[in-house]
Every structure is written in structure tokens, then in C-alpha cells.
Design a protein around this ligand. Sequence first.
Ligand SMILES: Cc1cc2nc3c(=O)[nH]c(=O)nc-3n(C[C@H](O)[C@H](O)[C@H](O)COP(=O)(O)O)c2cc1C
Length: 312
Amino acid sequence: MNVDLCGVSLSGPILNGSGTFDAIAARRAFGDALLERFPFDAFVSKTITREPRQGNPPPRLWEAPAGLINSIGLPNKGLDGFLAHDLPELAELPVPLVVSVMAYTPADLADLAGAVAERDEVAMVELNVSCPNVESGLVMGADPSETARAVEAVRPRADKPVIVKLTPNATDPAAVAAAAEGAGADAVSLLNTLKGMALDPRTREPWLGGGSGGLSGPAVRAVALEQVAAVSARVEIPVIGMGGIATGADAADFLAAGARVIAVGTESFRDPAAGQRIRRELSPLQGHRHPETGEPSGAATPEGANSTLRSA
Ligand SMILES: Cc1cc2nc3c(=O)[nH]c(=O)nc-3n(C[C@H](O)[C@H](O)[C@H](O)COP(=O)(O)O)c2cc1C
């Protein structure tokens, strides 16, 4: 199941969604057994910012029907803390490392991405553009020209593959993907969480400390599949598909919709070994795929084709 992703060779097509699997905590809990049976073929770090962040006040999670609304608020140690404490531990993982970064201006994003990309331990950089550009007031990833500006700033500073993580909270995600490609992105990943809200049933006040949050899990799968298909039809660069993937059949759907590889997010909270299980379930559904182009040369089985209907 070897796959080439932007010139980086992966032993299979399963990544994690940024922020949904704490590999450092898992290593502490499971020791070297985690490394021997690592659930993913590449590991994506939680998003980091230049300065440390506390994240949002609690509560930070709400269980929705078939999903999760989170308002974590990107707590992290900042660039220096990440490089000093987390990077050495993440570098011990047995798979290529993708570091996710976010900043509030294209120039700051370029500084951060450049500082991360120059580290040998890092195989690729992912730009989390689901935040406002404070100079324009627009959410970077919601607007094609804002996204292009961010990628154009980062491109000359990073000599590693650059992935742009698309937000579904955009009028036309495929247009944003095309803008990212035009500005030099090597891949796009989607989708990030959909804006969502939950009210405390006793007070009818917002439940989440951050007021609102982001919806993920099976509740968003159909939206994700449509956006992955639309983006894949629009760009030549590889697409990393995610959003509610919980089984090998779900993964087969995303690959059939045009994704080169897929990522598992919320399902890892329910089943920390979900990545491995999905890889195992996917293998007989996948047929042969060309390792460099990702093109299927065998038809997907009916199980794969019908999985969305069966699990709806
Ligand atoms: C608790 C939680 C934390 C997340 N943190 C991040 C993050 O730090 N950076 C990011 O780009 N996406 C983050 N995401 C979004 C996921 O990476 C993924 O795009 C989204 O959840 C959809 O996939 P899923 O339905 O399989 O979870 C987070 C999602 C959850 C549920």
C-alpha cells in the first residue's frame, strides 16, 4: 500500500487529522508498543503558533449526534517550546512528520513555516488557514486571494512540501484549493471542522467556553466527501481527504472521490487504534493503486462504493 505524497514515501495511505492524536501522551501510555504498531503512515502535529497559547476556557467538547463539537482554541507551547520539547519526541515516531502551523499574517506564517521547515526532522509543513488575517480581517482559508497571499509568502521560505489545510467554511472550497495550487502549494488537505454551536440544556447559554466551536466526526462525512470530490476535480496536486472517516469503507469512498491519502480524526478518540484498523479494513477494498499517481487500476468493490449508503 506504499504511497508517494509530494515526493515523500509513505508505507500506506492513512494519516491523522491535526490535533486529534497526541502521540507524545500515547507514547507515555503505551511505551515502545506505540512505535511498533503506529496507527498512521505519517504523523501530523497539532497546530502550533509562534507564541504559546493557553487555548479556550472549558468546557471544550460537546458530543453531537454522530460527532463532536470542539472549542480547544489551539493551546500549544509556541515555536520555541515545540522545537525544544515536542519535536525531539515526535522525531522518534517511525513515520514522516508533518508539522501544522498557524499565524495571523502571511509574513508571520512565512516566518513560522520557514523555522519549522528548516528542521531535518520535519518532512512537510501544513498551513492551518482557518483563522483571520488580522491585516484584512478576512479568514485566510475562506477566500481564494487571501489563501494565495499566505502561500506566496510561505513558498520561498520553505524548501519542504507545503500542504494547505482547507476550511469547509468557505463559499467555494475548490476555488480556494485552486488558488493554493496556483500560489505553489504541493498538496491540500480537507476538511477542517464546520462551524457549530451547542447550548447548555439548563441555561440555554453557549455550552462551550469559546462560545462556538467546530463540528467533526461522521456528522460531517457527506459534506467532506462532496468537497473532496469537488477539490480533486479542480486541482492536480494531491488531496488529503478527511472528515468523519471511521471505517475502511469510508476511507475507500474518499479515495474513490479523488483523495491520494486520507486522515482519521475524531474516530481516534473513540478507538485510538482506528488508524491501523482502517488500514486493515481498507486493504481488501482498495484494489491495486499506482504508488506514485494514486490512480486505481482495479475497481473498488461494491462494499466500498456503497459504504456511504450503508452507514448513513
Ligand atoms: C479535538 C480536535 C482538535 C483539532 N485540532 C486541530 C488542529 O490543531 N489543527 C487543525 O488543522 N485541525 C484540527 N482539528 C480538525 C481535524 O484535524 C479534522 O480536520 C476534522 O476534525 C475533520 O476530521 P474528523 O471528522 O475525522 O475528525 C481538530 C479536531 C478535533 C476534533
